[in-house]
Design a protein around this ligand. Structure first.
Ligand SMILES: Cc1cc2nc3c(=O)[nH]c(=O)nc-3n(C[C@H](O)[C@H](O)[C@H](O)COP(=O)(O)O)c2cc1C
Length: 363
């Protein structure tokens, strides 16, 4: 039986050589200020280039802020200015040179913005420590010790929508093949969706339809900003893990049904991140059932992610119909050549870069 995981996938006008993709992972390695603030650095170029050389068919560049105040940390990537496009192009060109597709995740952290890098504790940073005032759906802080966000006005919301669209246009200019809207992990779009973080009583809060209005508006604006042939992904948190309260798996299926007609090609199914201290079950493939639900019940292609570490497990996710592709995050940090090892284990042909061919027997 040929491997389903290593079969090509065509989405709109773009073909991916197989279905092992690199999940977005913040590197917190950009300059915080100055003329190169937010622009990819040599670290990013080698990091993403290595995973492309390692065989990932799609490399999704980390959460990249559409406005400076949407950065999680001062060291996040950004694509809020035309001046950042050239540095993104360096990443894209190297990924392409390795035969992979390049994607970018467009993000706004909302109330979870303005924190320190995780390896320095990740605490909120006040304006006197290099941070900035944060915005959100409602004046509800993420957790104790986090700042109370200023609720976005209707004009502020329109600015966010426009910023996502402008960022998408810059992503196209940089040569990216795929754009992913970050609507997961408790960042701004998720904050609007979840009733725990959105207590608005205007057109952007209250009912399911009103809470999801912003993610629909952003999605439609991004779709309109990119070429017809470009795949558009939306990453969601399928549950806040406090069901039946909070944002639920049922909500996610309903949202996926609403997003598909707006031109979303695949839903990238993660979970959690909007509420602190929530018990997440974990375990191998713990989020895969949510990807399977979206695919089966909303009829939208999915990307499964989370604790997918074994080639046979990844093969089963795709062959069994839970998802159309898998995304790996931590496994690719420690082993950029995971796709090559998986291909060998599954009897698929994935040529090493010619420069590395003499190591074939060691894969
Ligand atoms: C270092 C690191 C940075 C991450 N940054 C992002 C990010 O920028 N955007 C995002 O949606 N998820 C991010 N994630 C979550 C991963 O994309 C992924 O969903 C999660 O790690 C589970 O997959 P895994 O078990 O393969 O690591 C990050 C994870 C790690 C480990």
């Amino acid at each position: 039986m040929p491997s389903a995981l290593f079969s090509p996938l065509t989405v709109r006008g773009t073909t991916f050589s197989h279905r092992v993709w690199m999940a977005p992972m913040c590197q917190y390695s950009a300059a915080a200020d100055g003329p190169d603030a937010g622009a990819p650095t040599d670290w990013h170029v080698q990091h993403y280039g290595s995973r492309a050389a390692g065989g990932a068919a799609l490399v999704i560049v980390e959460a990249t802020a559409v406005v400076p105040e949407g950065r999680i940390t001062p060291f996040d990537l950004g694509i809020w200015d035309d001046a950042q496009v050239a540095a993104h192009r360096r990443v894209v060109d190297l990924v392409h040179a390795q035969g992979a597709r390049a994607g970018i995740q467009l993000a706004h952290a909302g109330r979870k913005a303005s924190t320190d890098a995780p390896w320095r504790g990740g605490a909120p940073l006040g304006p006197d420590a290099g941070g900035w005032p944060v915005v959100g759906a409602s004046p509800v802080p993420f957790a104790d010790g986090h700042p109370t966000p200023t609720a976005l006005t209707t004009d502020g919301i329109a600015d966010v929508v426009a910023a996502f669209a402008a960022a998408a246009r810059r992503a196209v200019a940089a040569g990216y093949d795929v754009v992913e809207v970050h609507a997961a992990h408790g960042y701004l779009l998720h904050q609007f969706c979840s009733p725990d973080s959105n207590v608005r009583d205007d057109a952007y809060g209250g009912t399911f339809e009103d809470r999801t209005r912003l993610v629909r508006e952003v999605t439609a604006a991004v779709r309109a900003a990119v070429p017809e042939a470009m795949p558009l992904l939306v990453r969601v948190s399928a549950t806040d893990w406090v069901e039946p309260a909070g944002w639920t798996g049922d909500d996610t299926v309903r949202l996926a049904r609403d997003l598909a007609p707006l031109g979303v090609d695949m839903v990238h199914v993660s979970t959690g991140g909007n509420l602190p201290g929530v018990a997440i079950p974990g375990g191998p493939g713990y989020q895969v059932p949510y990807a399977a639900r979206v695919r089966a019940e909303a009829g939208v292609p999915t990307i499964a992610v989370g604790a997918i570490t074994d080639p046979a497990q990844a093969e089963q996710v795709v062959a069994g119909g839970s998802a159309d592709a898998v995304a790996l995050a931590r496994p690719l940090l420690v082993d950029p050549f995971w796709p090559h090892r998986a291909a060998l284990a599954l009897g698929a042909d994935l040529p090493l870069p010619v420069q590395y061919d003499r190591a074939r027997a060691l894969v």
